[in-house]
Design a protein around this ligand. Structure first.
Ligand code: AMP
Ligand code: TRP
Length: 335
């Protein structure tokens, strides 16, 4: 079985409220990889249900992630777009890898601690095993590269450790490649607009904390105007952003949207007050995001088209994953 050298896999959960962090930290970076890699982009609905999801919303949130992928520029005719639950290799391999990964590894996962909160006993077993399912997602395709936001770095390390342990335990050197994270651009961790020390997240109770991919131009401008900052003007150099999380976040967002570095942005706005910078950022955000959100709306109105993309994607995903899973079963001695 040939090992692919440049196969990309990534996933986004259909948990609603897709936001600017998802776009700048992940989805936008998926787009250029189409030129150089074989790309498989998944809507990870099985990950979503590790916390409660309303069944009706899950279906529409799944279509929304597909719409975001396509509206952002991913071409479903040359890349695979599908939802995880349609390809049983994910669940099957996850079980096998549950028997490879160690409890001690999972106990170190910071995302589980954050999501489970204080009452850990009440968290689902799925939430705990979540990183192993993620390893299975990637390894079911023997993917080599995984574009993600910075918050997924620890999960990627667990995927690498799991791949390595499988290869060692079963004396199958190099069977699973050790997947490389691709954490790209100046906005790998977009922060809340209300609190620059907290990650922008789908579950923050405050709508003002995030720009979503459903927001109108007016919503975007309002949220940026209300974003938490400090009274000082923008500094001349990136070092001057230290200790100013709100300012640092807005400069990072500007840089990512404009395709610049933070240093370039500061060269342009050094000494400017937020009363000048925020309107410039709002205009830029509207200019870059409106075409995408408009296209998403158009696509969302055509669920038959989206469901067709998912069906075709699932067929193609099966064709890649099934032989790999078959080989895994042979390796471990299932007959
Ligand atoms: P999720 O919504 O948790 O499925 O995340 C989907 C993708 O978006 C993953 O690659 C995350 O790392 C990325 N992501 C989520 N939140 C942020 C954020 N605040 N900043 C940058 N990337 C993010
Ligand atoms: N855990 C990722 C997140 O919350 C989503 C995800 C699931 C994923 N499976 C993946 C990302 C495989 C990359 C590769 O963002």
């Amino acid at each position: 079985m040939e090992q692919p050298r440049n196969r990309v896999f990534s996933g986004v959960q259909p948990t609603g409220n897709l936001h600017l962090g998802n776009y700048l930290g992940a989805i936008r970076n998926f787009v250029p990889l189409q030129q150089t890699h074989e790309c498989i982009y998944c809507v990870v609905d099985m990950h979503a249900i590790t916390v409660w999801q309303d069944p009706k919303e899950l279906a529409s949130n799944t279509r929304e992630v597909v719409a975001a992928y396509i509206a952002s520029g991913i071409d479903p005719s040359t890349n695979v777009i599908f939802n995880q639950s349609k390809v049983s290799a994910h669940a099957e391999l996850a079980w096998i890898l549950n028997c490879v990964a160690r409890i001690g590894w999972l106990n170190r996962m910071t995302q589980f601690k954050d999501k489970a909160g204080k009452d850990r006993e009440k968290a689902s077993v799925g939430l705990y095993a979540y990183p192993v399912l993620m390893a299975a997602d990637i390894l079911a395709y023997r993917a080599t590269h995984v574009p993600v936001g910075e918050d997924q770095k620890q999960h990627l390390e667990l995927a690498r450790d799991t791949a390595q342990k499988f290869n060692n335990d079963f004396d199958a050197p190099d069977f699973f490649p050790l997947p490389e994270p691709l954490i790209m651009g100046p906005a790998t961790r977009v922060m809340s607009l209300r609190d620059g020390t907290k990650k922008m997240s789908k579950s923050d109770p405050s709508d003002l904390s995030r720009i979503t991919m459903r927001d109108s131009a007016d919503d975007i401008a309002k949220k940026i105007r209300k974003a938490q900052t400090d009274p000082d003007p923008l500094p001349e150099a990136v070092e001057g952003l230290a200790g100013r999380p709100g300012a640092d976040n807005l400069v990072g967002i500007y840089a990512a949207l404009a395709g610049l570095s933070k240093a370039d942005v500061l060269a342009r706005f050094a000494g400017a007050q937020f009363s000048v910078f925020k309107p410039a950022l709002a205009d830029l955000a509207v200019e870059k995001l409106s075409p995408i959100t408009g296209e998403m709306k158009r696509l969302m109105a055509d669920s038959a088209y989206i469901d067709g993309v998912l069906a075709q994607g699932a067929d193609r995903a099966h064709a890649v994953a099934d032989p790999i899973l078959g080989r895994v079963k042979e390796i471990i001695g299932f007959i």
